[in-house]
Write a protein that binds this ligand. Sequence first.
Ligand SMILES: [Zn+2]
Length: 66
Amino acid sequence: MTAPPDLTALAPQPCAKCGAPAEVIKSGSNRYWVQCAKFGRNGNCSAIGLQANSRKEAIRNWNSRH
Ligand SMILES: [Zn+2]
């Protein structure tokens, strides 16, 4: 295993609104986004990141908005 060069982009930061862990959602073959663990039916938080074509980019979108 080779260490990824950009570790900070591989782990979403906790939700800036409620502090819950964030989770990366994958839909289809190449659609990703990050949302709060308490988003939608899991709670009452509305934090959700922009969609991207890669997990890394989705996490970057999330982290840059928080
Ligand atoms: Zn939240």
